[in-house]
Ligand binder design. Sequence first.
Ligand code: ASP
Length: 591
Amino acid sequence: MYRTHTCGELRIADIDKTVTLSGWVQRVRNLGGMTFVDLRDRYGISQLVINNEADDKLSQDVRNLGREYVVQVTGKVAERSSKNNKIPTGDIEVMATDLKVLNTSDLPPFTIEDDTDGGEELRMKYRYLDLRRNPARKALELRHKMALEVRNYMDGEGFMEVETPVLMKSTPEGARDFVVPSRMNPGQFYALPQSPQVFKQLLMVAGYDRYFQIVKCFRDEDLRADRQPEFTQIDCEMSFVDQEDILNTFEGMTKHLFKSLRGVEMEGDFPRMPYADAMKYYGSDKPDIRFDMRFVDLTAAASGKGFKVFDDAGYIGAICAKGCATYSRKELDQLTDFVKRPQVGAQGLVYVKYNEDGSFKTSVDKFFSAGDFKAWVDRCGAKPGDLLLILAGSEKRTLTALCELRLEMGTRLGLRNKNKFAPLWVVDFPLLEWDDETARYYAMHHPFTSPKEEDFELLDSEPGNVRANAYDLVINGVEIGGGSIRIHNDELQQKMFKILGFTEEEAENQFGFLMNAFKYGAPPHGGVAFGFDRWVSLFAGLDSIREVIAFPKNNAGRDVMNDAPSAISDAQLNELRLELRKEAAKKAKEE
Ligand code: ASP
């Protein structure tokens, strides 16, 4: 037996017990006649003490210990004279009498402490060392607990977890597939699931009317802080339900998770907002509603007065920053620089300070009268002391830029508290999205999403105006999940494929099996999937989902620890009967 207790377990009640601990050496300190060692494992840190005079050999051995050596120590538990109330074991120490080095360690490339000196790339290269740190361990513990809570809750609601294949046929979630060549079927490829969408719908046809799965999904997309090529979803599907049933069920799950994992009681029903309003008032389909600051459309009120920027604009929008009329020149310049950044994309920023005395100070005095400004501030519900920030330009770009500005102001004004949670269902998404480049419609969600019944008649005449039975769960401006009521009738599904530009043959080729299944009594059904990693990072208060994944990939999709992806041998290529194109072969050699 390597240990009687863990390094996080001993308390005052254990005084005088002889114990054996095993763990990693965090620190060795030599103070006068005593040597202290902090011994760490997953459960905590225990202090070991060696009286240098009493045991010369032991104290020598201890002083020779390097950081991260693995040791086994036996000794008696004693009460500390100076207690450390920052750690649960801070009342005691172990008077070591025996020490065995179980393994040595090279000097770690960064300090294994809460505030480490290691940058992200280095930490990820040595992720197994990074995972010894408290913040990393806590994130993974939270992830584990969340998975348990999901499973318990879903089981309690009659859902059944069913595993679906990882090697499958391409699914249409709108991203690129990762593909896997088949050795047994030369020249043919599996696709890794972008989600188990098709399988969960087939499970509904099979009668498993409440399905869920905590499942890996794979999408070959360009990466951002909240995206990974492989990520985990809480994937769900139900039969004999309408949108209302789904929203209610998963509102229940959301409330349960908030309560059990964060101790947050979410009262009342989650607000719902049509997609059109989200875009109009927040310039985003995932508004952060922890704070209000809605957009106010000033297009009619502010154009036609000779200010060219406004007169040429398709849209003029304002936000009202409460109490910010006192902003200095410098602060306003900073905001102007912010909106002009390429990622935000505005041409410039117009401000109107509504001073406490009722006067105005603005960047466009030349073109407008005090009466104009009064009309604007009234429209915006601004009070003396407030500041209007106005952007103008083409509608789409301006809405997007104003969204960024609103979030920036929210941050500056301290309105985006990480411990406040504002859930929102965004509903009534458009069914289709037009793409100018390819001159065709794409499914906004995916091709199995059902149109709203009242919009059926627009399918032929104005497909762009058809709304879908689709919904997203947004929390604090983060899209946590999304889903839809599905088409369960093969005729409508075929029609949808046609609108999406699939020939009959292509549709048959890709989705024939689903169409076929729909001929055998497909029940009305719908579902939703939640981004598990994102949700854990929201609970953990972390901005990057990489921190809540044990072994994540970097922004270039690489695992910097084991250096994947990597070239494969000629023998493997031969076996798969694959040949690399010249440029790929060259590139692979260079890597
Ligand atoms: N499969 C969808 C997705 O991954 C979710 C759903 O419609 O249930 O986004």
